[in-house]
Each structure stands twice: as structure tokens, then as C-alpha cells.
Ligand binder design. Structure first.
Ligand code: NAP
Length: 307
């Protein structure tokens, strides 16, 4: 065998191993309950309470309802008292679990200290850092974003600062008890460089790197930390667009994604969004970032939002 033969055989074997591993990991996603089983008492075994930020609507509300359904008491936090009260009523009527309502704008400067005081006596087993906002409903260039200065502050506050601060106040209790789950909600848009959503997708890259670093630091302490990165989910953020093959309802997304808790420090949370992530990552960036693609994306979002 000459050197060329050796090179070709090695390259071929490397390609087979690479794609073989991909197929293997994908097959594990298909049989999630088999590969990463969660016992019925998994969540309650972590502690009595779950805290969910941004939980009066959308994905946060679905997390609160699902975790209460799993037997946890829940703390729900957002700015609107009426909406939170309705969620609390629904949870106590359907599950009988206790609910603490915290009405606050989490982006206010000293609010996290107040939240820490309100949570200090609770045995918190699960934290869902769900709060996150888009700079603009319709994708647009960075400088075309309305009230750019204010928007930068709001997006970084909601998507980055609040998450890091909530981990700061809740992790110590989990570390002391040697158990806990933290779910940080990222976005599928963090998987590629995403023009027209630049500020948003960059903030979600922070969410993922932060979660993955934290998981490496606290895994040995019995704490499970995961970034969950969905694509389309039908919520007020996405104009409650109609659910379909790729746009999940918030309830379906939460139910499915919680099954992936043991599947690593980052998940798309569903098969269809995993496939979508792969497709997006395999499109050449030159094509993905072309002007026609950017124009097409803007038109598509406008059409789906009915604007
Ligand atoms: N929907 C999607 O397609 C999608 C896709 C990928 C990732 N995500 C991520 O999933 C998470 C949830 O998204 P969503 O679609 O459910 O959002 P949403 O429908 O806009 O709901 C946001 C929630 O956050 C609360 N909130 C907003 N600003 C707040 C503030 N300053 N302080 C406290 N609460 C605040 C809102 O309630 P109030 O208005 O009452 O405060 C509401 O309960 C976000 O991190 C988002 O980036 C969503």
C-alpha cells in the first residue's frame, strides 16, 4: 500500500466514523426515554420548588404548568399581575400545588436582591431562566432597530444579566443540597451567525456558553445545567403563529424538551428542531448571509406574523 492509498483509506475511515457517530447520537435522540430516562419523581427529588422567570405567558407559563404537574410548587415571575394571577389560578386548580406570584420587572436595577430575599427560605430544586426578548419582532439590521440604545440595555438585561444573576442567587442552595436543575432558555438562532437577529442571537450564544461552562463547574456537585435552544414556538413573542411541523406549541415544546434534560449541556429540545439546526448549520454561510436570503427572511417573518 503506497502513501496515497493510506491517505485515502484514512480519510474514508474518518468520514465513516464521523457520520457514524452523528447517526448514533441522532438515534439516541429518537429513543430519548430509553437512553436518558427520568423517573416520575425526578423533579420533586430535586427540591420542593421550581422558579420560572417570564412565566405569565408563552414558554415560561408552559414550564410553570408542566413542573407543577410533575408535583413541584412554583414561583412565577413577570411584570403583569393579572396574567400571573390567572396562571396561578390555573395551576392551583389543575394540580393543587402551591404558587408564589412575584410581580416585578426583572430588568430593574436592584430587583434581583429583592427576589433573593423572597426566595431565601425556599428549597428550590429547579430554576428555569426563561425570560428573553427580541430587539424587534420583524428582523432588521442592527442600526435600524427602534430605540437602539434602550433596546441594547433591555436585551442584554433580559437575556443575559437576569439569567446570570438568578443563577448566582439560586446555585448556592443547590450546591449546599448537592442537587438541582437549571434550564437556561437559549434559541436555535445561536447555532449560526444570524444577520438581522444579530443582538438577539449573540445574547443567546452567551446563554449557551455560560450554561455549558457552569455545567462543567457544577456537574460533580450533582447539579444539572442545560441550555435549551428551540426554533419556532407559538407564543406571544412569535405572534402566536399557527403550530405546525416546525413551529411547536409551548406546551409540546416544554413537555418534549424536559425529556432531554439528561441528554447533555445543550439541546434543541425536540427532534424537528435538532434536524432544523443541522440543516441550518450545513447551509454555506455565503448563501445564508446573502442579501436575497436576508430579504426572504424578513418577508417570511412579516407574512407569518400577518404584518
Ligand atoms: N417563541 C419562540 O419561537 C422562541 C424561540 C426560541 C427561543 N425562545 C426563547 O424562549 C423564551 C420565552 O419566549 P416566549 O416566546 O415564551 O416569550 P413571550 O411570549 O414574549 O413571553 C415572555 C414572558 O416574559 C415576561 N417578561 C417580559 N419582559 C419581562 C421583564 N422585564 N421582567 C419580567 N418578566 C418579563 C412576559 O410577561 P409580562 O409581559 O407580563 O412581563 C412573558 O411572561 C425566551 O428566552 C425566548 O428568547 C422563544
Amino acid at each position: 500500500m503506497d502513501v496515497m492509498d493510506f491517505c485515502f483509506i484514512s480519510l474514508g475511515s474518518a468520514v465513516v466514523v464521523y457520520y457514524g457517530m452523528k447517526v448514533f447520537f441522532f438515534s439516541r435522540m429518537l429513543y430519548i426515554k430509553l437512553w436518558f430516562p427520568l423517573s416520575k419523581s425526578f423533579f420533586t427529588s430535586m427540591g420542593e420548588w421550581a422558579v420560572v422567570t417570564g412565566s405569565s405567558e408563552g414558554i415560561g407559563k408552559a414550564y410553570a404548568i408542566e413542573l407543577a404537574g410533575q408535583g413541584m410548587n412554583v414561583v412565577i415571575v413577570s411584570r403583569t399581575k393579572e396574567k400571573l394571577k390567572m396562571v396561578a389560578k390555573e395551576i392551583s386548580e389543575t394540580t393543587g400545588q402551591k404558587v408564589i406570584v412575584i410581580v416585578e420587572d426583572l430588568t430593574e436595577e436592584n430587583i434581583i436582591g429583592e427576589i433573593e430575599d423572597k426566595l431565601k427560605d425556599l428549597n428550590i430544586g429547579v430554576l428555569v431562566n426563561n425570560l428573553g426578548i427580541l430587539p424587534s419582532r420583524i428582523p432588521c439590521r442592527y442600526l435600524d432597530t427602534a430605540d437602539l440604545d434602550q433596546t441594547i440595555t433591555k436585551v442584554i438585561n433580559c437575556n443575559v444579566r437576569v439569567m446570570a444573576k438568578m443563577c448566582k442567587i439560586i446555585l448556592p442552595g443547590m450546591e449546599k443540597r448537592g442537587k438541582g436543575v437549571i434550564v437556561n432558555v437559549s434559541s436555535g438562532m445561536a447555532c449560526v451567525v444570524c444577520p438581522l437577529y444579530t443582538l438577539y442571537s449573540a445574547s443567546k450564544v452567551f446563554v449557551e456558553r455560560f450554561s455549558q461552562g457552569l455545567q462543567a463547574e457544577y456537574k460533580s456537585k450533582g447539579i444539572l445545567i442545560q441550555a435549551v435552544a428551540p426554533f419556532g414556538v407559538s407564543t406571544p413573542m412569535t405572534g402566536n403563529m399557527k403550530a405546525d411541523m416546525v413551529t411547536l406549541t409551548a406546551e409540546d415544546f416544554v413537555k418534549t424538551s424536559l425529556q432531554y434534560l439528561r441528554a447533555g449541556d445543550k439541546t434543541y429540545g425536540s427532534i424537528c428542531h435538532t434536524v432544523l439546526g443541522w440543516i441550518l448549520q450545513s447551509i454555506p454561510l455565503q448563501l445564508l448571509h446573502s442579501q436575497s436570503m436576508q430579504d426572504g427572511l424578513t418577508e417570511l417573518v412579516k407574512k407569518r406574523l400577518g404584518e
